[in-house]
Write a protein that binds this ligand. Sequence first.
Ligand SMILES: NC(=O)c1ccc[n+]([C@@H]2O[C@H](COP(=O)([O-])OP(=O)(O)OC[C@H]3O[C@@H](n4cnc5c(N)ncnc54)[C@H](OP(=O)(O)O)[C@@H]3O)[C@@H](O)[C@H]2O)c1
Length: 336
Amino acid sequence: MRYKLFGDSGLRVSELALGAMGFGTESGWGADYETSKKIFDLYANAGGNFIDTANIYAAGTSEKFCGDFVSSDRDHFVLATKYSLQDRMNDVHYAGNHRKNMMRSVRESLKRLKTDFIDVLWLHAWDFTTPVEEVMRGLDDLVSRGVVHHVGVSDTPAWIVSQANMLAELRGWTKFVGLQIEYSLIQRAPERDLLPMAKAWGMTVTPWGALGGGALTGKYLRGEKGRLPENSPRLNERNVAIAKLVVEVAESLGATPAQVALKWTMTRDLSVVPIVGSTKPEQLAENLKSLELELPDEAMQKLNAATAIELGFPHDFLQSDAVKNAFGQTQRLISK
Ligand SMILES: NC(=O)c1ccc[n+]([C@@H]2O[C@H](COP(=O)([O-])OP(=O)(O)OC[C@H]3O[C@@H](n4cnc5c(N)ncnc54)[C@H](OP(=O)(O)O)[C@@H]3O)[C@@H](O)[C@H]2O)c1
């Protein structure tokens, strides 16, 4: 296992993060305490230090398990949790990005995690309601108090993240150093704006769903069952064709489809630390081996070509010859 700086901070995180959404069975799937502990130990013994949980995962059970698992060596681990999604049904103060919910949620996370600080607090998803200024000021207050060390943002449009970071920079507040997004061979939409935005701000990208929730592991093609229902969009015709290609590429490399799918997300022109989800120790053992896999250019080209998306406006327009010519001949002579 190697380590990366988290965004433009000095925090050192392992090159693969452990997704703890499946710790606890309250959501109707996932691993019980004993199995979760085995998964955690396997990850930690492989050198992994970056644990991703959330207030909402398995109704708080995931945080409780993570708190237990890191308690004997708390400072060794980078414990990341999230706030925003609801802890109580039909209560306006128990969901949202606003300051009141932020402070309440963090207070309760600290109790479940049995710790007095959170290494990385993620805003889980943008609520399109709270002012950006309130969010960034609240997060900065938590950092000033030492309750939170670093902040990241998940599932939020690029223009809002940029607005938030620029505001924080100008005010001397803590900026988002991590971006958590769905990103995989079946979900490349972040290439339009989110990935270039992360690169511009020096953020580390932590993809979730890198295995398409299991769709890219090839198990559904083999008729095996998992947490995805048969009618899941992740198993639609396009995605099944992509999964078949991943199987083919994996076979040609003597690897498994999960390893190919994970490694593909890491082979980007920016800092990427995938969050890998596993509900069985054997799955994690297989996934960890993706770190040793080399994806040759030919395999990358095949995968890229079969999964490419249209970038759309303004990206395609700006790349068109008509626009390039409209900048004049001298544009070609300029480099950075
Ligand atoms: N910020 C967000 O909104 C957000 C959203 C989702 C997740 N996350 C984070 O990202 C992490 C990963 O997300 P995810 O679990 O949705 O995505 P994922 O990593 O694409 O899928 C993980 C699932 O794939 C299956 N799997 C994993 N390894 C396998 C293998 N080697 N062979 C066969 N099947 C395998 C397991 O499903 P089965 O249990 O069915 O076997 C596992 O639960 C979560 O734990 C969480 O920390 C964040």
